[in-house]
Design a protein around this ligand. Structure first.
Ligand SMILES: Cc1cc2nc3c(=O)[nH]c(=O)nc-3n(C[C@H](O)[C@H](O)[C@H](O)COP(=O)(O)OP(=O)(O)OC[C@H]3O[C@@H](n4cnc5c(N)ncnc54)[C@H](O)[C@@H]3O)c2cc1C
Length: 440
């Protein structure tokens, strides 16, 4: 059964979220840089966000991605997708709704693999929004290929010692703890030889080489840490899950998160699209409004079609996850929406920049930040090329190879088979392809 409608009761929740995001959260985009959303030491921002978070909780909308046993709504991916579309309009909205990455993924893996003591120490305050966390896997020499990782965890009589470097560890500077992947067994392949550790931010030997920023950011404002582990000693209760399970653990956090990011991208791209339309209606040049010029109309039509196609694919992916109750079968679809997130955001943010002229490239609009964010979407959590490989492999697995020298859609071979199938009819007169053999 196909149905594109939203239940009225859930639509009422979405209406509340939309109004709340537009009227109460979007103003924060004009006051604070986006990465400040994680800065629990920013007193002004925290005092604005605290009552907003309380309103979200009062509506029963806090941390809805979690299963009911952990206090979430148990809504399923389709409803979460529709919600995330609205949250995507502002970088502050996910934090205010308790659904900001990487905390969401970290909470998921702590819930699945953490001991009771780890859950009490780290998971509870994380889910309550009292602290923020960091997930650290990438190293300076490479992020897309874990085979090049060298950050080591060596076992001692009392626990573990971490040695090495990590790179682009988002929000480490605001985090209470890091979840760090390290090579713990060099005698086996990395997929079985890496372990996951919870590293408290004040662990002796943890060095911040620097906080790297995004392009155009002031060096002091960077939120992506270059970290060095100088013989960081950890007791055994800092190991998350079992030794050698790092990849199994990491996989747990990625499935739903990618769909949420894709749907947030729909929301942010829609905000850019709204700006394009407003500009086209408002700007008058060379005898008419931009909206009256056919090349501008082409831009608007192309942007809308691209956005709606993307939105439908994300929603279908979320729907498939719910229907099959399985991420593995939907891996290819998830990879596709991850790749498209970059493309759609970059294309629509670029159009918004262009149609706003000099103002568009200036620091008086948010478009430049959104454009760069589009490029970041094609890198964070793996570059687009790697996700295309995942999609292509899944598509190819579903397609058998031809069992003869010619392909299965080869006309002469197909005509022989079809002529046998419809032999009785081919005795009657009628035009047909020349390959059809004569029927006696
Ligand atoms: C905004 C942002 C936040 C991030 N936050 C975190 C974080 O919190 N924690 C963390 O651990 N990491 C984080 N990262 C790092 C991210 O995971 C890596 O950037 C990503 O895995 C790519 O690794 P790399 O930067 O080393 O690029 P590389 O691996 O060097 O890849 C560079 C380019 O090479 C090409 N390429 C790579 N592999 C292939 C291939 N197999 N086939 C064809 N071409 C290929 C692609 O064009 C790719 O973009 C973040 C990145 C960004 C942009």
């Amino acid at each position: 059964m196909w149905n594109f409608e939203t239940e009225p009761e859930f639509q009422r929740k979405l209406d509340w979220i939309e109004q709340f995001v537009r009227e109460r959260i979007e103003p924060l985009d004009y006051l604070f840089p986006k990465d400040e959303t994680y800065n629990t030491r920013n007193a002004a921002l925290m005092s604005i966000m605290a009552p907003l978070k309380a309103e979200v909780r009062a509506q029963g909308l806090w941390a809805c991605h979690l299963p009911p046993a952990m206090g979430g709504g148990g809504w399923g991916q389709l409803k979460l997708a529709l919600m995330n579309e609205l949250l995507g309009r502002s970088f502050f909205a996910p934090t205010i709704f308790g659904t900001a990455a990487p905390d969401t993924g970290n909470a998921e893996i702590l819930a699945h693999f953490g001991t009771e003591a780890q859950k009490a120490r780290y998971l509870k305050p994380l889910m309550d929004g009292e602290i923020v966390s960091c997930f650290s896997m990438t190293e300076p020499q490479g992020g897309a290929d874990p085979n090049v990782f060298t950050c080591r965890a060596d076992q001692t009589t009392t626990g573990w010692v971490l040695r090495g470097e990590k790179w682009f560890a988002s929000n480490a500077r605001w985090a209470d703890f890091l979840i760090v992947m390290a090579v713990s067994d060099t005698t086996t392949a990395i997929h079985h030889g890496a372990s996951m550790f919870i590293v408290p931010i004040d662990a002796p030997g943890l060095e911040f080489v620097r906080n790297t920023g995004m392009a155009f950011e002031h060096p002091e404002h960077g939120a992506h840490a270059y970290l060095r582990f100088n013989d960081v000693e950890l007791t055994n209760d800092h190991l998350l899950g079992k030794a050698g399970e790092a990849f199994k653990i990491a996989q747990t956090r990625l499935g739903g998160g990618r769909v949420h990011h894709a749907m947030r991208t729909v929301g942010l791209a829609r905000r850019a699209f709204d700006a394009i339309c407003e500009r086209a209606q408002s700007r008058y040049t060379q005898g008419s409004r931009l909206a009256d010029k056919q090349l501008v109309q082409d831009t608007i039509a192309e942007a809308w079609m691209q956005l709606e196609q993307f939105r439908l694919l994300v929603i279908q992916t979320a729907w498939k996850i719910d229907k099959l109750n399985d991420y593995k079968q939907v891996r290819g679809d998830i990879a596709a929406v991850k790749v498209l997130s970059e493309r759609v955001m970059v294309d629509i943010a670029s159009k918004a920049i262009h149609l706003h002229g000099a103002l568009g490239v200036s620091n008086e609009m948010l478009f430049g930040e959104w454009l760069l964010w589009g490029h970041a979407l094609g890198l964070a959590d793996g570059p687009s090329e790697v996700h295309k490989l995942t999609l292509a492999k899944q598509l190819l697995r579903a397609q058998p190879s031809a069992d003869a020298a010619f392909p299965s859609q080869h006309i002469p071979s197909g005509a022989v088979r079809a002529a046998e199938q419809y032999a009785a009819h081919l005795r009657l007169p009628g035009h047909r392809r020349g390959w059809v053999p004569a029927v006696g």
